[in-house]
Design a binder for this molecule. Structure first.
Ligand code: GTP
Ligand code: MG
Length: 229
């Protein structure tokens, strides 16, 4: 199952927007916007390519091991507003070039796995592929963040074949178990939907929940491995 959080952009709409969108802008702003839309299109392609790879790996694993490592996938393209905020945070110019060079999570995939060992099995199978290059890896499962957040973060590059060229495009992949996703969703809700103070107020409880979930999923993995034997 794939869950896509979608915002669609297209070239005809952008070029026909002169009426209001470009009223006060100059020609170069218009060119930048079109370049941005084309970039988003290519990143969307990379996101679909990596998702298709993950789905195929899930099917193949199921065929040989009689269980699916992936519970479901979610993907999203970062909005131009969020890309702009990140560039500002890094003190970089608001250009498409800077975004392509420095914002590695324009295309993002979240892989929610059934069990702890599935996370590493999926990582290994994906990184073995000849056209997948690892750019960055952070293992917050081995070393959880101070707040209790756990997930395996990868940035990989894949080639995207366009009509006149081939480009290596980065895709951020967050691999986590159902339990880790359950925890991260609540923590995210407290942090972004409400106020930072809520996260502060519940910090100790959240940390405790993270430890309980980590312990529970270790036991559940133990049970599954024994059932399989
Ligand atoms: P940024 O992308 O600017 O945050 O820097 P980074 O790429 O070094 O960050 P990192 O790889 O640590 O985390 C990137 C993403 O992981 C975030 O956008 C979140 O989706 C997720 N993430 C990281 N830390 C937390 C956390 O403490 N709680 C939750 N809910 N999600 C987190
Ligand atoms: Mg990031």
């Amino acid at each position: 199952m794939i869950i896509e959080r979608k915002s669609k952009v297209n070239l005809p709409d952008l070029t026909e927007q002169d009426g209001h969108l470009f009223q006060s802008s100059r020609e170069d702003a218009r060119t930048s916007l079109i370049k941005l839309a084309q970039t988003m299109q290519i990143y969307n392609g990379a996101m679909k390519v990596v998702s298709a790879k993950l789905e195929l790996l899930d099917d193949e694993f199921q065929f040989s091991n009689k269980h699916n490592p992936i519970h479901h996938l979610e993907y999203r393209i970062k909005s131009p507003l969020s890309i702009g905020k990140k560039l500002q945070k890094y003190g970089l110019p608001l250009t498409v070039e800077a975004a392509r060079e420095r914002v590695l999570d324009i295309a993002g995939i979240r892989v929610i796995c059934n069990f702890l060992d599935d996370v590493y099995a999926v990582e290994k199978m994906l990184l073995q592929q000849a056209d997948v290059t690892l750019v960055k890896r952070k293992d917050y499962i081995e070393q959880a963040k101070a707040n209790g957040y756990r997930s395996l973060h990868l940035v990989v590059k894949v080639p995207i074949f366009l009509s006149g060229s081939t480009e290596e495009i980065p895709v951020e992949i967050q691999l986590r178990t159902v339990a880790m996703d359950y925890w991260a969703s609540l923590e995210h809700m407290l942090r972004y939907k409400n106020k930072d103070s809520d996260t502060q107020q519940y910090a100790a409880m959240l940390l405790d929940c993270a430890a309980t979930l980590a312990d529970t999923e270790k036991k559940m993995l133990f049970i599954r491995q024994h059932i399989e034997e």
